[in-house]
Design a protein around this ligand. Structure first.
Ligand code: DP6
Length: 321
């Protein structure tokens, strides 16, 4: 075993993952597609702790709570099973954004941890097997293993992984409306959706259609179609989530105002489309040459950052770490 450090970036889904076919294996009910960013990274170091009785997790310099440590330890059990070893480790992780704020930090977190831990345990995994491993930590994390735009296939344990697809160059404007930890986790909200929303079966079947259309639009380099599908699918997901019992609303009035402002920008010739994950922050896709102008218009609503397609999860050498 050895000490290793890895870095991974969050991804924002353009076709959303919302619902599981298998909770234990974290298999999605339908496929999804995302853009991995080049900002807001997580950097994670795994240090072997020979003889220690338990894994230890340090998050942003502080000892993590029992719940967080247990989730990491359960994930590390998958790595230990693959390696045929029992060793416990110290995990030191740093996020460049607050965790749980709807900026997909569980994706960058588990993608970085999977990459660092696999190397620490001397596993030489193919990219698709690393993506499958990251999936066991958090579903969306499997899409932060490949570069740029990634499709995550629904399927069984062997076939459910993410891989890069070609897509036209685009930028994403992240509008941070609220940095607070969200009240309901994605995992909990997904469970509630599957068990209480009458619309859930229709969501699952229509998501597969959206994904096929999205893959065709990516292959054709059709930014307009990519954007239309992105915004429509995001609004559909939030409509679905609002139909749970009790209802959950992640978008707030500012989020809606941003969707409206982006629609207005389209009227004035800047082609852009909005999406949002399980929180009020909005991500807007736009062609590269329009990004600055649109970002300027969106500063009225919150902190604005233009991000581009980012690299997949990767190991850092000792000097970078
Ligand atoms: C709204 O990947 O965080 O961001 O698999 O339970 O860990 P778990 O859920 P998670 O859910 C992400 C939900 C989403 C949509 C998406 O990223 O596709």
């Amino acid at each position: 075993m050895r000490t290793t450090t890895a870095r991974a970036y969050p991804n924002i889904a353009l076709v959303k993952y919302w619902g599981k076919a298998d909770e234990e294996l974290i298999l999605p009910a339908a496929g999804s597609l995302s853009l991995t960013l080049d900002h807001f990274e997580t950097t994670t170091t795994v240090v072997p702790a020979p003889g220690a009785g338990a894994d230890v997790l340090e998050l942003d310099g502080a000892l993590a709570d029992a719940g967080q440590t247990e989730r990491i330890s359960t994930f590390l059990d998958h790595v230990r099973a693959l390696a045929g070893r029992e060793d416990r480790v110290l995990v030191r992780s740093r996020n460049s954004v607050p965790t749980g704020a709807g900026l997909a930090s569980s994706a960058s977190g588990f993608a970085a941890l999977a990459t660092a831990a696999a190397a620490a345990f001397d596993l030489d995994l193919e990219p698709r097997d690393l993506s499958r491993l990251a999936r066991r930590g958090s579903g969306s994390a499997c899409r932060s293993i490949p570069d740029g735009v990634a499709v995550w296939h629904a399927g069984d344990d062997a076939s459910s992984f993410a891989e890069s697809v070609d897509a036209p160059d685009m930028r994403m404007i992240i509008v941070t409306v609220n940095r607070a930890r969200k009240a309901v986790s994605s995992r909990e909200a997904m469970r509630l959706t599957a068990s209480t929303s009458p619309f859930y079966p229709g969501w699952v079947s229509s998501t597969e259609d959206y994904l096929q259309q999205m893959l065709a639009a990516c292959a054709a380099g059709d930014f307009t179609r990519i954007g239309e599908i992105t915004e429509s699918h995001a609004l559909r997901m939030h409509g679905l989530i609002q139909s749970t019992v009790p209802p959950i609303r992640f978008l707030n009035p500012t989020s809606h105002a941003i969707f409206d402002a982006v629609a207005e920008a389209r009227e004035s010739g800047i082609e852009a489309y909005s999406t949002a994950d399980a929180g009020p922050n909005v991500a807007v896709i736009v062609r590269p040459h329009d990004a600055e102008a649109l970002a300027g218009q969106l500063t009225a609503f919150g902190d604005v950052r233009i991000v581009g397609p980012g690299p997949g999860a990767h190991l850092l050498d000792a000097a970078e770490a």
